[in-house]
Design a protein around this ligand. Sequence first.
Ligand code: SF4
Ligand code: MG
Length: 328
Amino acid sequence: ANHLLDIEHLSTYFYTEEGTVKAVDDVSLQVRKGETVCIVGESGCGKSITAMSVMGLIQGPNGKVVGGKIDLDGTDLLQLNKNERRVIRGKEIGMIFQEPMSSLNPVLTIGRQIMEPLVEHLRMSKKEARKRAIELIEQVGISRAEQIADSYPHELSGGMLQRIMIAIAISCQPKLLIADEPTTALDVTIQAQILDILRNFREETGMSILLITHDLGVVAEMADYVIVMYSGKVVEEGEVTELFANPKHPYTQGLLRAKPILNQRQDELYSIPGQVPNPLELTESCYFHDRCEHCMEICKVRRPELRELGTEQKVACWLYEKEAALHV
Ligand code: SF4
Ligand code: MG
């Protein structure tokens, strides 16, 4: 198939003193070549943990990928050793996070940090890498690139640093870019510019993007396909136009109803009444039942499976079981 990334039945758990948290619970998703898939949901829904699982960043005794398969262009990422994983991460998968400062080294110049993966993964000479670093800085829309290359992270604004992170992330022309809330910390003008840069790169290079966000404005701008997560599970997914025009899951409907005025910055997105369930106290119910205005008896005792509706849309909700059955 033309899937670049194929995640099947991924489960990532965290072990706490109070019990096991199923942060990601049996999640499957695919990203095609050149496609942008957005994972959306409120904090704690498992969207970042899904991304971190793909990047091989879930390590240590407390967190673990306990099941599933993550296939990137024919390579099972879960079978790689530490070193192979690091190479894939620099070369095949680019990453950007919400806080660029936390990923940059404060004592190295910007230029050096862009050169690093070029030297390591593409075996460029220092001179070639420097030249390419300058080009990359220009490509992310920064002028006076030479001067920027010689400056240190603390000398640049948040928006500039996020551009630099993009330059580093795309420097080796990765097949997949994973961006976790890349514009959340930025004001709306800068946010629009950053999204533009990402879109342009995608068009020029054909790379795929897995974008994690709580911001439906960003989803509308960027996504081809949308995955909605709630309490570690996918509750709905579909083509962006379809999903926005015709959301099926009451949670997705709530998200869209609560969609704030476009371009208004927001940290916590919407106000569907109620709270996500305590991850330590999950039961066999639909995890959304406490907040759902359509809750039925069955919802409290059995969790619905994700099922395909007639189109490319899938939903996990008892309201559609009959409809789903018609299309089986
Ligand atoms: Fe609401 Fe029931 Fe659907 Fe859950 S399964 S979203 S509680 S209607
Ligand atoms: Mg997050």
